[in-house]
Design a protein around this ligand. Structure first.
Ligand SMILES: *[C@@H]1O[C@H](CO)[C@@H](O)[C@H](O)[C@H]1NC(C)=O
Ligand SMILES: *[C@@H]1O[C@H](CO)[C@@H](O)[C@H](O)[C@H]1NC(C)=O
Ligand SMILES: *[C@@H]1O[C@H](CO)[C@@H](O)[C@H](O)[C@H]1NC(C)=O
Ligand SMILES: *[C@@H]1O[C@H](CO)[C@@H](O)[C@H](O)[C@H]1NC(C)=O
Length: 616
């Protein structure tokens, strides 16, 4: 993961750039920072490139990379496949070479289409004066843009900064939509005196040739700029198969009596069928490979060329003990040598017990809106500690399952306890800038929870004692994408009940389309702030393709009860991998599981604008 930044200035005066941004970018790429300016007087433009490298593989490759021709590449990505990158080679150098040898746009697009892995990039193509930029198909890396009309300058950056002070409600920063790659014809824009982006779109799910930019793209274009769809028909080939939209002909042939068995027994019975067993093994195959690609070739060279250490984990997992993170841990266990620890990052926000609520809870027995989990919710502060939030309970239970699965491994269960004071301080100092330009209550909750989890500073138990611990793993796996693809959210159940399989398929299709703008850019910015790299195995191209190819009823069966029907295929997978109760935990969103949503005790909707993100 790197911090990349490009300032395109169309006026002859040299632009100065915001040093706050520089600081934020440096935190993403602490290993090496370098600037480079290109441009001239005819046509009159200037591009300032600033790159901040987090070193992960091969020899450290300084960025910006300028080739012999004078092309410049800023690369914030990982090539996990598609273009050959030999062990010890750096993907930045490989990509720069490939792009150098490209002649026209179609060749550039075909190189970018071939890449498997997350990316955001900026590329200055000297011949013809073009500036290219964009994000991968799923938007797994952040890229923001802003146009300053007064200075006549466009900024592209991995991370921005909230302006302090009240200011206009609408900030100028927007996320660059992961709709394709964009090209600026620098000669043309200097003549026209205004910036036009030409979009080469991702060919999405067989929708054929699109002739104009989608409303999402048009809304996100910085004011003062224009976006046009390239009319030549050139597009990036989608790296994933389209979603299988078939509808079952008849309802389930099997008779289901889920109540006569425990959920775990039910899963075991289903697995007894050869067909189900094969289906589960196919998923384990692709998912395991996705995890392998993400936990191997780690930055051991970065640790003073010392060999892989037996003391320090190279990989950490955002860990609630829920099924998504349990499966990642069980699969990581297969690919990381047994003598190396794995860090499990478990975040909890201090329970707030306002007096009023305490009393009313006593009277009514249970607070309302309590999730209908069979699991203890740890709500009662009399009998449990202030950090005994739901995810702490499931985390500890999950740890136990993993220890049984592989007793030789050191599993570092990192208990990250966050107080309200610390939350408020760090939110103002850092997190509000990272979440920006997203701004809802949900963005705030998840952004804060992920930031503290990814920092990895907490306590581990060692020989019965707590000791302070900070995870130094540079790679952080997260389970995002499982719920969106396998119908894990309660809204999927609502949709299914209301409009059957058709409705459910539409919902799933829509969710995968919006996951870049909803989650991924934000999570990348938040995790990257620790000089760590977020990796998303459930959003590996092969995993998405595989899941997309399956009919929806194989992924979920929402006629079954909660804790069983949603993400059914994943629950079967967990059982097959030897996991126990974690396979049948109902979904608990991170903001509730970590109790951050409760901490603020405001009556607000997740989609409301969050006033706490405004800087003072
Ligand atoms: C990595 O990149 C640097 C700079 O581009 C280059 O000098 C070096 O040879 C590359 N290393 C490998 C192993 O390809
Ligand atoms: C579309 O792309 C082609 C190939 O790069 C280029 O020749 C043409 O000018 C572009 N058209 C528009 C409208 O930008
Ligand atoms: C963190 O929270 C857990 C659970 O409430 C508690 O057992 C532990 O003592 C706490 N650790 C610290 C250092 O506060
Ligand atoms: C969708 O799933 C059905 C049922 O398994 C299968 O017959 C069909 O070939 C799949 N379609 C695609 C496009 O993969």
């Amino acid at each position: 993961m790197c911090g990349i930044f490009c300032l395109l200035s169309l006026s002859p005066t040299r632009c100065v750039w915001d040093k706050t941004l520089h600081e934020h970018l440096r935190r993403r790429g602490p290993d090496l920072s370098q600037d480079l300016t290109v441009g001239g007087t005819d046509p009159c433009y200037q591009c300032l490139f600033s790159a901040h490298v987090l070193h992960l593989r091969g020899l450290l490759t300084p960025q910006p990379v300028r080739d012999d021709t004078g092309n410049v590449l800023l690369w914030n990505g990982e090539i996990f496949g598609g273009l050959p990158v030999m062990p010890g080679e750096n993907d930045t150098a490989v990509l720069s070479e490939r792009l150098s040898s490209c002649d026209g746009p179609s060749e550039i697009l075909s190189v970018l289409s071939a890449i498997r892995g997350p990316w955001g990039f900026v590329y200055y193509q000297k011949a013809g004066d073009y500036l290219w930029f964009g994000r991968d198909f799923l938007g797994r890396r952040s890229l923001l843009w802003k146009f300053d009309a007064e200075a006549n300058a466009l900024t592209l950056t991995s991370v921005a900064a909230r302006r302090s002070g009240p200011g206009p409600a609408q900030s100028a920063w927007r996320e660059v939509p992961a709709a394709g790659v964009y090209r600026i014809d620098l000669k043309a824009v200097t003549q026209a005196g205004s910036v036009t982006f030409e979009l080469y779109p991702w060919a999405r799910g067989g929708s054929g040739l699109v002739s104009s930019c989608s409303p999402t793209v048009l809304e996100s274009v910085p004011s003062g700029c224009t976006a046009v769809m390239n009319q030549s028909g050139l597009a990036l080939a989608s790296p994933v198969r389209p979603l299988n939209t078939s509808i079952p002909k008849s309802l389930n042939e099997e008779e289901i009596h889920p109540n006569s068995h425990s959920h775990v027994e039910h899963l075991e019975r289903l697995l007894a069928s050869q067909e189900k067993n094969d289906a589960v093994n196919r998923l384990i195959g692709v998912l395991s490979e996705a995890v392998r690609r993400r936990v191997q070739s780690l930055p051991f060279e970065a640790l003073d060329n010392s060999p892989p250490s037996n003391e320090v984990a190279g990989v950490a997992i955002l860990f609630s003990g829920g099924i998504d993170s349990m499966i990642l841990a069980a699969l990581a266990d297969r690919h990381i040598p047994a003598h190396q620890p794995i860090d499990l990052l478990n975040v909890a926000f201090k329970l707030q017990v306002p007096k009023k609520q305490k009393e009313s809870a006593k009277k009514s027995g249970k607070p309302k809106n309590k999730p209908t989990d069979s699991q203890s919710d740890g709500d009662d502060p009399q009998t449990s500690g202030p950090f005994d939030v739901p995810d702490r309970f499931t985390g500890k239970a999950g740890l136990k399952e993993l220890q049984d699965l592989n007793p030789e491994r050191r599993w570092n269960f990192v208990e990250i306890n966050v107080t309200k004071e610390e939350l408020q301080k760090i939110r103002q100092e850092r997190i509000c800038h990272l979440v920006h330009p997203l701004d809802t209550v949900l963005d705030d909750s998840i952004g804060c929870a992920v930031w503290f989890a990814a920092r990895g500073t907490g306590f581990i138990m060692e020989d019965g004692d707590q000791r302070p611990f900070t995870s130094s793993a540079k790679v952080v796996l997260t389970g995002i994408g499982a719920d969106e693809q396998l119908a894990g959210y309660s809204r999927h159940r609502v949709r299914f009940t209301m409009s059957g399989h058709e409705g459910l398929i539409q919902e799933l299709e829509m969710e995968l389309d919006r996951i870049p703008s909803r989650n991924l850019g934000r999570d990348d910015r938040v995790i990257g702030d620790h000089g760590k790299e977020a990796r998303f195995p459930y959003l590996d191209e092969d995993v998405v393709s595989h899941l997309n190819s399956l009919p929806v009823w194989e992924k979920a069966d929402l006629s079954l009860p909660r804790g069983l029907g949603e993400k059914l295929l994943l629950r079967l997978t967990a059982t097959q991998l030897g996991l126990g109760q974690s396979a049948v935990l109902p979904k608990r969103a991170m903001q509730f599981g970590s109790r951050i949503a409760k901490m603020e005790a405001h009556h607000e909707k997740a989609s409301d604008q969050c006033t706490r993100l405004l800087t003072e």
